[in-house]
Write a protein that binds this ligand. Structure first.
Ligand code: NOJ
Ligand code: CA
Length: 692
């Protein structure tokens, strides 16, 4: 249903959405007879009416506001764009027409957290003009019951440079906030802060907030970030989060040519923290799949020559300690084949790792293997054993060097039957290397427009070779996997590797916060599954993984990634065969996902149904506290199931005794409530199979 209101129609249709605040205007007059007639304000609600957005153009400036069940949750907040040259989109603006539309449709994901995604929203398209009446922009908003998004759609005004985006989110400064700092050296790989909003000077998105006096919970992020700079949130005045676009090295924010659309600026709203995790807002705001048949982008579980480098048992560099040898890779392939894994990642296989690889970006080769790594023979051997190699491209942030080789590198991998590549951009924030045709080097941000465009070029080229990408040190996820389903996974948060280095390791709260923050943006290659929690040292000696063994299992259900790693060394899985069974069994692709309960920094309980069977899985994790949680199984819809429960055993505690694992079998139905006891730093993993 589409409704268009011109200025004149709006005068007669106040009840729809637009309202005129020009008392002098006769309400029956046609717009063209009232040159100064303006629509000053317009609002639209979500389908249920719970959430609404209001746009105001008073005094020529655009301001938005959001209400949740009648309460203001975003106070009047600025909008606009400022350019280096030409007319800005910030002052002397007026609304000339308002169009609304309603959509209720369901679409299917090739893989993901759920197969069917409902897109149910009301849309507002507001035409905005400059003072002289020429079109300035379309402000488009989509309002869902669990959130909203809006974007600026700007007509062609030639090649221009955006120097500032004025979008604000004004929120109660006392809101409890879970955030990581933006614009720092460590990209997105930080432990989360839990503070009042006003203590977050500059934050990445997604950022999660709980408004004072029992909520609701909010998450601010962006969707469909293409050909634009990533948005940081800068708070100079308490409670006012301003969009700050990650700049180019020359200080400009975004270079545009012709007509353009900004990413969607998004706000999720829910009474509960779990509700945030159950929203499909970000995916819904992205464009449908443009790659066509993506049956080649198959979710997979993998092992890899990886942890061995992180715990200093082998090296990326060549020589005696080289990890990526033909012999070791063969052993990993055998192990993968024996235990049903799809892939074997091998890092350090290619020329360039010797010395300080952090600084080797310009010398990495993505086609030349070290002499002790016979890539052709290994690809053939893997194929014979029913597995495949997973490629690895560490760029050390030297994007130009990578782009110069990407076509050859992807063609090589395609010829070897390698369907997925883990890429890496290890460089401090702001230290991505861009080299011009004349050889001059510039330093860019991981989330600036240059890197954003690079990641899309990589996805598009990889798709031509039927290759999927798992990017580390990436730009944040904004849901592009809907449009490019070979955008499998990424890091973009503090992963398991920090537990090996211990600087500092992830504390027990970390994985109870991720599901309500980072994971709202999309899949993460966290690399769970460490079984030798202190890497050969006594169990209580640091550095170590600050979880129980059971919690490592629960992470497979909690932290979705369509390419999911079993991160530990084969010998450590052989030492815990019963626990290993769960990793072997747990799927990586889901028919449905429901965050059942949780609170950031305390606990999280996720239920997911396998995409290819009737089995449900539950993953529950706790912070450093032990806790008992009750899980109503009503999502099982009354049917009878056999549950295999992997719980913290007697005396389990991440600090003193992380290994006790209690594996039991339980008969349950959807009418039951499960009581789980989680140890300090503990968790529970459950597989629920229907009784035939
Ligand atoms: C950092 C990545 O997160 C890690 O997984 C990888 O092993 C190293 N870079 C080397 O590429
Ligand atoms: Ca990393």
């Amino acid at each position: 249903m589409r409704k268009t209101l011109t200025v004149s129609a709006a005068i007669l249709a106040l009840s729809l959405t637009a309202c005129i605040i020009d008392a002098s205007a006769p309400q029956h007059a046609a717009a063209d007879s009232i040159p100064n007639q303006r629509i000053e304000t317009t609002s639209l609600s979500s389908p249920s009416g719970d959430l609404s957005l209001n746009l105001n153009a008073h005094n020529g400036q655009l301001v938005w506001r959001a209400d949740w069940r009648g309460d203001e949750i975003i106070s009047p907040s600025a909008l606009g764009l400022v350019f280096k040259t030409g007319q800005d989109l910030s002052t002397n603006l007026s609304i000339t027409s308002v169009t609304t539309n309603s959509v209720d449709q369901t679409w299917e994901q090739p893989w993901g957290e759920r197969r069917l995604v409902r897109d149910h929203h009301n849309e507002l398209a507001v035409e905005i003009a400059h003072e002289d009446g020429s079109p300035a922009l379309t402000f488009r908003a989509r309002i869902y019951d669990d959130g909203l998004g809006f974007r600026y759609e700007v007509p062609d005004t030639g090649n221009r440079e955006i120097t500032d985006e004025l979008t604000e989110f004004r929120i109660d400064p006392a809101a409890k906030t879970w955030w990581i700092p933006a614009a720092g050296w460590n990209r997105y790989e930080e432990l989360y802060h839990e503070t009042e909003l006003q203590a977050a000077p500059r934050a990445h998105t997604p950022i999660t907030l709980e408004l004072p006096d029992e909520g609701p919970f909010l998450s601010i992020h962006e969707a469909a970030l293409t050909d634009y700079a990533g948005m940081w949130l800068n708070q100079r005045r308490a409670g006012t989060l301003e969009a700050e676009l990650a700049p180019w090295s020359d200080g400009t924010k975004v270079k545009v040519s012709g007509a353009f659309k900004t990413p969607w600026r998004t706000l999720q709203v829910s009474d509960t923290a779990a509700g945030l995790a159950n929203s499909d807002l970000i995916l819904n705001l992205n464009e449908p799949n443009v790659l066509g048949d993506v049956s080649w982008a198959e979710p997979s579980k993998y092992i890899g020559i990886w942890w061995c480098m992180h715990i200093n048992e082998c090296t990326w560099g060549s020589g005696e300690t080289h990890g990526a040898t033909t012999e070791r890779t063969k052993a990993y392939i055998d192990f993968a084949a024996e235990h049903g894994f799809d892939g074997v990642l091998v890092e350090g296989w290619n020329f360039g790792w010797d010395g300080d690889w952090f600084s080797n970006g310009e010398i990495f080769s993505f086609t030349k293997a070290y002499s002790d790594f016979d890539i052709e023979a290994l690809a053939t051997y893997a194929k014979e054993r029913g597995v495949y190699l997973i490629g690895h491209h560490e760029t050390s942030g030297a994007i130009t060097n990578y782009e110069e080789q990407m076509a050859d590198a992807y063609a090589l991998y395609e010829s070897l039957g390698i369907p997925a590549i883990k890429t890496g951009y290890v460089a401090d924030g702001g230290e991505i290397t861009r080299r011009d045709a004349d050889g001059k080097v510039y330093k860019e941000w991981h989330d600036g427009q240059y890197a954003v465009n690079h990641h899309l070029r990589a996805l598009q080229l990889a798709a031509k070779h039927k290759i999927s990408i798992n990017a580390h040190e990436p730009v944040k996820d904004t849901g592009l996997r809907r449009t490019y389903p070979n955008a499998f996974s990424r890091e973009g948060a503090r992963g398991q590797e920090y537990n090996a280095w211990g600087q500092p390791p992830n504390d027990p709260t970390h994985t109870t916060i991720l599901p309500f923050t980072r994971m709202l943006s999309g899949p993460m290659d966290f690399t769970p599954g460490i079984f030798d929690l202190s890497f050969g040292k006594p169990a209580t000696e640091d550095p170590r993984v600050q979880t129980t063994l059971a919690k490592q299992l629960a992470l497979y259900v909690l932290l979705h990634s369509p390419i999911q790693m079993a991160a530990d060394l084969p010998r450590n899985y052989e030492a815990h065969p019963e626990a290993f069974e769960f990793i072997k069994q747990v799927p990586v692709d889901w028919n449905e996902s429901i965050m059942l309960d949780g609170y950031p920094g305390a606990f999280a309980v996720m239920a997911r149904k396998d995409r290819n069977s009737e089995t449900w899985y539950i993953g529950a994790v706790s912070d450093e506290e032990s806790r008992e949680i009750e899980i109503p199984l009503s999502f099982l819809e009354g049917d009878a199931y056999t549950g295999k429960v992997y719980a913290d055993g007697d005396g389990a505690d991440w600090r003193t005794n992380p290994y006790p694992l209690d594996i039991s079998t339980k008969s349950v139905t959807g009418d039951d409530t499960l009581s789980l006891k989680l140890a300090p730093g503990g968790g529970t993993a459950i597989a629920l199979t229907p009784v035939k």
